[in-house]
Design a protein around this ligand. Structure first.
Ligand SMILES: [Zn+2]
Length: 126
């Protein structure tokens, strides 16, 4: 039993391509909050082959164009969890969230401050 293979009914799928399906999130942060889900068991963004990652970008841009250009939504936030913050046994998925001016989307987050090794990160970039 896989929640994304077996737990999504056909009628929940609002859009699909060869490698992805899109559904509305059952616990939305905002009305219209969508999940873009890989059909195969990729557990991680880095596991997606380049051509499939390109398909992902194509869907993201299609959704942004519809929301921002056709529906006059103020903006869109895309969230991809990766690495160990992914829930076990799920698929690669991405949140597409319609945004509005002064919607306080970030202000309700209470992130615990942690230290980040800026020197190591910057040395690894070069
Ligand atoms: Zn699955």
């Amino acid at each position: 039993m896989c929640i994304f293979c077996d737990g999504i009914k056909k009628e929940q799928i609002i859009y699909e391509t060869e490698h992805f399906k899109v559904v509305f999130d059952i616990d939305p942060e905002q009305e219209g909050h969508m999940l873009l889900i890989s059909k195969h068991h990729y557990m991680n963004y880095l596991d997606l082959p380049d051509e499939i990652a390109f398909e992902l970008i194509h869907i993201e841009r299609k959704m942004i164009r519809i929301l921002e250009d056709e529906m006059n939504i103020y903006g869109v936030t895309l969230i991809r969890n990766n690495g160990r913050v992914m829930d076990n046994g799920t698929h690669f998925h991405e949140h597409i969230i319609p945004r509005y001016k002064d919607d306080k989307f970030w202000s309700k987050k209470e992130t615990k401050p942690m230290t980040f090794d800026f020197a190591l990160f910057l040395s690894l970039l070069s």
